[in-house]
Design a protein around this ligand. Structure first.
Ligand code: CP
Ligand code: NVA
Length: 321
């Protein structure tokens, strides 16, 4: 029997596996558009455990499992014995005897790691304080599909190489050096992307993730302070909330630290003329993004949110095969 695979980080897949996931996600997007059923994983049961709130992750995973022919069991913080202190390692072993896969959203990244260590079925990270790999998978599907449709010229009949298309864009991150920023750094390391992040002092990305990504030797990853420098001439501009889940008590201090880090029309004017704007959502208009940017022509946020469904189906198919 082959060893089970988990998806706790983008670094749990190879470059080739990542590209295959994006290609399959695009196929699945098309199949759904033309209403072709694709119940490729009938009878598979996936537990979705949430120790933090969610709209997109919860609904997209539940729909994904259902459309693949399986069944999802959603457990909130107070629905299971986890909320009353049952050890994660016990939960992992019990759930593995009922379910074919487990997705978990929680606080400390070590909780997901422990779950994966003790589970005998694949574990998916649906967001931790450190990483949000499912989101950046969907984000890069969005980038690939957008630039394929709008720009890439390929000979008729040939499928453009996913990594080549992604590498031919330049990326910027503006704001908190949070779980999303860390995951973009992982993506840059894995795929060789040119990424510049603008994060203020005190809200820098995780130094270990940054060092490991740089050691991988792929891509060019820079961290600066000035948002204008980060977006200058770049194609893909991403941001996220000032205060992530679990940081609610820091909201006011973060608002002060992140003055000037909101993505507004003036900032977007410094990006490439064909740049797109991404945000994992939920968004706070007037804080990290202005209403005119999120509602404007560069915004791809709704397609990005939709792509959570397609890319997670590709991921589930692969992990539950
Ligand atoms: N982007 C994202 O993960 O959204 P939810 O918190 O709604 O799941
Ligand atoms: N960085 C945000 C992402 C939400 C999807 C958070 O962790 O709350």
């Amino acid at each position: 029997m082959s060893k089970k695979r988990d998806f706790l980080s983008l670094w749990d897949v190879t470059e080739a596996e990542f590209a295959a996931l994006i290609r399959r996600a695009e196929e699945l997007r098309f199949l759904r558009q033309v209403r072709t059923p694709h119940a490729t994983r009938p009878g598979r049961v996936v537990a979705l455990i949430f120790e933090k709130a969610s709209t997109r992750t919860r609904v997209s995973f539940e729909v994904a499992v259902w459309e693949l022919g399986g069944h999802a069991i959603v457990m909130g913080r107070n629905d299971s014995q986890l909320g009353r202190g049952e050890p994660i390692k016990d939960t992992a072993r019990v759930m593995s005897r009922y379910c074919h896969g487990i997705m978990v959203r929680t606080f400390g990244h070590e909780r997901v790691k422990e779950l994966a260590d003790y589970a005998s079925v694949p574990v998916i990270n649906g967001l931790t304080d450190l990483l949000h790999p499912c989101q950046v998978l969907a984000d890069l599907q969005t980038v690939y599909a957008h630039f394929l449709e709008h720009e890439t010229k390929t000979p008729a009949g040939s499928v453009p190489d996913v990594v080549q298309v992604l590498r031919s864009q330049r990326y910027a991150w503006v704001g908190d050096g949070n779980n999303m920023a860390n995951t973009w750094i992982e993506a840059a390391g894995l795929l060789g992307l040119d990424l510049m992040l603008a994060c203020p002092d005190g809200l820098q990305p995780n130094p270990d993730v940054l060092e490991t990504a740089r050691r991988q030797g792929h891509g060019r990853i820079q961290v600066v302070r000035d948002p204008r420098e980060a977006v200058a001439g770049r194609r893909v501009i991403s941001t996220d909330v000032f205060a992530s889940m679990g940081k609610e008590e820091e909201v006011e201090a973060r608002k002060r630290a992140l003055v000037g880090y909101g993505v507004d029309r003036a900032l977007m004017a410094g990006a490439d003329a064909n740049a797109i704007f991404l945000h994992c959502l939920p968004a706070h208009r007037g804080e990290e993004v202005s209403d005119e940017v999120i509602e404007g022509p560069a915004s791809q946020v709704w397609q990005e949110a939709e792509n959570r469904l397609h890319s997670q189906k590709a991921l589930l198919e692969w992990l539950l095969s």
